[in-house]
Design a protein around this ligand. Structure first.
Ligand code: FAD
Length: 408
């Protein structure tokens, strides 16, 4: 059975970044990356595809072009984990042994959890920016709607990019406002959550955006069924079930831990890899780590979080391989650039406990107020930072903090 120093399962944003960060620190380290997909997408750009700013093609690159030099790509999936014998079982029938396992399988979009949804996605006015193939349909629907009702949904947490459901809605409203049609379109936001956004500092600006566009907000309202042909959505709340007809339905799917993790000994009760939220080391299996959306950490599940986590995992993984204890700490940083209109963003940046962690001084970008500069950052700077810095192990604004500093 092949044996490696490090096996990384999942070669998305997190898997590639951590492989690159490891190899920058220790060239020659024996790393294998297990990843089935041939195409890698820059998912934070999906919202802008849904608003006609990017095309899906601009956001994709071949996985082969992103695997760091020195790492080996195994184009298959992990079928199961056997952490007691340091073994990963692969879908292609193979097995891998490891000294250290890093899990970066992301999370699972569970469109099937909403009755009738899967069969009507991409037609009957039903769309989701959460899939690269559907985000262009969002833009098509938004461009063509001149009057009617548009519904936007948000499932229970955790979801990746908690701001994405609202981003889709505000950018659509911004487009209808520009076209002079907003008054003829009824917009409703149905969120399973109890508040507009989990970090209070950003709520006033979001509420002002809701008021500006005249959005009817329904909190505690969870999408449970869709009938595509009759264009009807069913929501469940404490008051019972309500049916709403729609012209456009933008769905953010319910999300959960990947099956391969959830079915393993490595999972917590919610199906995510059960790691210490500071060191990102598994709580029960000391030679297992996780980062990105697959981990149990209570941070905002974003690529921005991955940018900070990858160097921490790299430092701690090398310490563990050397028989030492982890020395680097992750403080829960995540970022949601909330696109409140075409051309302006509320740059939400926060860590564990909702503590604000702005990357820029307030005079440059005040994260609690819509900013044109933050829009330029999202549209023009963050994509190259993702492709050319984060995925290449250049740790821009992401130096790992020492563990003892964090504990103080
Ligand atoms: P992914 O990038 O999803 O990668 C997981 C990888 O694991 C995949 O390539 C998959 O093929 C692989 N995998 C799964 N199962 C297996 C298996 N069994 N074996 C092997 N490999 C497997 N983030 C931001 O920072 N800012 C934003 O503005 C933003 N907006 C977003 C908007 C949308 C609509 C979406 C969908 C996401 C957004 N995000 C944003 C979130 C961001 O894209 C994710 O948090 C980030 O991609 C997480 O990286 P990851 O590597 O954990 O997961």
């Amino acid at each position: 059975m092949p044996s490696h120093d490090v096996v990384i399962v999942g070669g998305g944003a997190a898997g590639i970044s951590v492989a690159a960060s490891l190899l920058r620190r220790r060239p020659g380290l024996d790393i294998s990356i297990v990843e089935p997909r041939e195409t890698h997408y820059y998912q934070p750009g999906f919202t802008l595809v849904g608003a006609g700013i990017f095309t899906s093609e601009q956001l994709r690159r071949p996985t082969a072009s992103l695997i760091p030099k020195g790492a080996t790509w195994l184009k298959t999936s992990a079928k199961s984990f056997e952490p007691k014998s340091n073994t990963v079982i692969l879908e292609d029938g193979g097995q891998l042994r490891y000294r250290l396992l890093i899990i970066a399988t992301g999370n699972r979009l569970d469109f099937d959890a909403v009755e009738g949804l899967t069969e009507t996605l991409g037609k009957n006015g039903v769309t989701s920016n959460y899939r690269s193939d559907l985000a262009p349909y969002t833009w098509e629907l938004v461009r063509e709607l001149v009057a009617g009702r548009a519904l936007f949904t948000q499932p229970p947490m955790p979801i990746k990019c908690a701001g994405a459901p609202q981003k889709a809605m505000y950018l659509s409203c911004s487009q209808w406002e520009r076209q002079g049609q907003l008054d003829a379109i009824e917009v409703e936001f149905h969120s399973a959550g109890a508040v507009l956004f989990g970090v209070p500092a950003y709520v006033p600006a979001l509420q002002a955006t809701v008021d500006r566009y005249g959005i009817d907000v329904h909190l505690g309202s969870n999408l449970i069924a869709v009938d595509g042909p009759s264009k009807t959505a069913v929501f469940k709340s404490e008051a019972g079930e309500t049916s709403r007809e729609f012209d456009i339905l933008h769905v953010t799917p319910p999300q959960k831990g990947c099956e391969v993790v959830a079915d393993s000994e490595l999972a917590d009760t919610a199906g995510y890899v059960e790691v210490d939220q500071t060191t990102l080391r598994h709580k029960r299996f000391p030679n297992v780590m996780a980062l990105g959306d697959a981990g149990s950490m209570p941070n905002a599940k974003t690529a921005a979080a991955v940018r900070k986590q990858a160097p921490v995992v790299a430092v701690n993984a090398l310490a563990i391989l050397d028989g030492e204890e982890p020395t680097a700490a992750y403080d829960g940083y995540g970022s949601c650039p909330l696109t409140v209109e075409k051309g302006k963003i509320l740059l939400a940046e926060f860590g564990y406990g909702g503590v604000l962690q702005p990357s820029f001084p307030t005079w440059l970008i005040d994260g609690t107020k819509p900013s044109r500069l933050a829009w330029l950052l999202k549209k023009d700077l963050l994509p190259p930072i993702y492709w050319d810095a984060m995925l290449k192990g250049h740790e821009w604004l992401a130096s790992p903090k020492p563990l003892q500093d964090d504990a103080q």
